[in-house]
Design a protein around this ligand. Structure first.
Ligand SMILES: [Zn+2]
Length: 295
């Protein structure tokens, strides 16, 4: 677990589980040969030296402002039926214990925000209770991008996508809506907008049609939470390697993030980089690199 302070806002990383996957599977355009060429500077914490698999993490961010407790991205969840991807199938982790360790019980979460509605970002929206999926955070408003919700609802109803999209929508989104806890918002919706604090959705469309990160600022310290706009630090060296619906938009989003962040103090809080998952985009001898925060 990692704690960071941005002015009056505290951010804790809540871990779920660590993974390593074939880069050619994760990123369109990637090649293991080129991954092998980058492995020396990425190091064994980011690329497995034997298999060349890319290492990653699933974690959420707990954001505490002066007024609210916010959870951004809710990982895979426990007990979910995901037969199409076995690492997530009936997963059991100590995510809620990790949240408690950061000092927050589910009843204390005021807002749940998800970058997009894929299974590994909405899982803890619900938990299994007496055989039913119920909202994990009973006192929270779940702020969902209206466009993202409508997109998935429509392609699931029309049959354009299969069980890998329908199962998570049915067990992690619809119960929240049925319990009256969902609020549909625009892609730049702010939950804090009272000087000097700002926390808002930040459109990073491409991975999904309405994928959003977060923008956070307090007392002139700021951060961007990238969600699935970028999956692994190797993409700063290979920004044409992307994962998602729209590769052209996905590549542009990575280039825009580099242009905005490079050699600035703004932190990037990623959804899938291995711990500590947080750092800055820097130039290094003509290359774009990600410099992890190290305590
Ligand atoms: Zn993801």
């Amino acid at each position: 677990m990692r704690t960071q302070i941005f002015g009056d806002i505290r951010v804790d990383t809540i871990p779920e589980y660590d993974w390593a996957v074939d880069g050619e599977w994760l990123l369109a355009g990637a090649s293991n040969e080129v991954i092998g060429e980058h492995a020396h500077w990425l190091g064994p914490s980011l690329v497995d030296p034997e298999t060349l698999h890319l290492k990653g993490s699933s974690h959420a961010y707990l954001i505490r402002t002066r007024h609210h407790t916010i959870l951004f991205d809710t990982c895979c969840g426990n007990d979910k039926e995901r037969p199409y991807y076995l690492p997530w199938h009936r997963l059991r982790t100590s995510f809620l214990e990790n949240l408690a360790h950061a000092g927050v019980l589910p009843e204390q979460v005021d807002y749940v925000m998800c970058s997009h509605l894929h299974a590994d970002h909405i899982g803890w929206n619900t938990l299994l209770k007496d055989g039913k999926w119920v909202p994990t955070f009973p006192n929270a408003r779940y702020l969902m991008s209206k466009g993202e919700f409508e997109y998935w609802r429509d392609v699931i109803e029309s049959g354009e996508v299969g069980p890998s999209r329908k199962l998570p929508f049915d067990d992690s989104i619809l119960p929240v809506v049925q319990h009256g806890l969902a609020t549909f918002v625009e892609d730049d919706h702010a939950v804090e907008n009272e000087f000097p604090d700002e926390v808002r959705y930040f459109p990073l469309h491409g991975h999904t049609p309405h994928h959003c990160g977060l923008y956070l600022r307090s007392k002139s310290q700021d951060a961007i939470f990238s969600g699935d706009a970028i999956h692994h630090p190797i993409q700063f060296a290979e920004p044409d390697w992307v994962n998602g619906n729209d590769h052209i938009m996905g590549r542009q989003v990575i280039r825009d993030l580099i242009g905005r962040l490079i050699d600035t103090p703004t932190k990037l809080l990623t959804a899938h980089f291995p711990a500590p998952a947080v750092g800055r985009v820097v130039s290094d001898a003509g290359h774009v690199r990600f410099r992890f925060d190290r305590d």
